[in-house]
Design a protein around this ligand. Structure first.
Ligand SMILES: [Zn+2]
Length: 215
């Protein structure tokens, strides 16, 4: 992708207005072409998604994408390709998750939407709760999980665990300035910034979070 001299000149003017700095035509060309490249990638994937949506009109129950590309299941993140993949109005899924959605064991809307539910691996990153401990809590009924029959993948819906697990917003990584490095930030787990007991003490998961409450 090559930019015209007029486009380069415009880019220089916009840059000057926005950042108050002059850049050379070479710098403007370099930055502009990278920007256009990025835009093309975003645009292409947007167009691909629109094409799939259009095809859904003729195949309302969905279809496989036989394009030899590797994708991730929008629910369990397993890598899938061609006939291992089913696309419907919720997005791309592995056949096991698709089967569970079709049978209404798990809701389709959790596909590409991780705010309404926890996967077991997230309990580790959010609460330092290892998978074995999390699965024990599921067996004991402390955590309610929906199980995908064909894969065993656990979906822990927030609405079924309201007084047990907190909403995920409060457990996000926190951006903290790095000492001695101006303008640098590091992403720090929430529990290194806030007191875990204050954040989680009122939730029923708290007594089981041994990484936090046995200090
Ligand atoms: Zn899946």
């Amino acid at each position: 992708m090559s930019l015209s001299d007029k486009a380069i000149k415009e880019f220089q003017e916009i840059y000057k207005k926005k950042y108050g700095k002059d850049i050379s035509p070479e710098e403007a060309r370099d930055a502009g072409e990278r920007l256009v490249g990025l835009f093309e990638v975003l645009f292409d994937s947007h167009v691909a998604e629109l094409r799939l949506k259009e095809k859904l009109k003729d195949h309302p129950k969905g279809f496989s994408l036989m394009d030899d590309e590797i994708y991730n299941c929008g629910i369990c993140h397993t890598q899938i390709r061609d006939e291992e993949l089913w696309y419907d109005k919720w997005g791309k899924k592995c056949l096991a998750c698709q089967d569970a959605v079709n049978k209404k064991i798990i809701p389709g809307k959790i596909c590409y939407n991780n705010k309404d539910w926890y996967a077991v691996w997230e309990l580790d990153s959010c609460f330092k709760l290892k998978a074995a401990a999390a699965r024990k809590l599921i067996r004991q009924g402390v955590l309610k999980a929906r199980i995908v029959p064909k894969s065993g993948f656990e979906v822990i819906l927030l609405k079924e665990n309201t007084d047990v697990l907190p909403p995920k917003e409060i457990l996000k990584y926190v951006s903290v300035p790095v000492e001695g490095k101006e303008g640098a930030f590091s992403m720090t787990p929430w529990y290194e910034i806030y007191d875990p007991k204050k954040v989680l003490g009122s939730y029923k998961i708290w007594p089981y979070l041994t990484a936090f409450n046995q200090k």
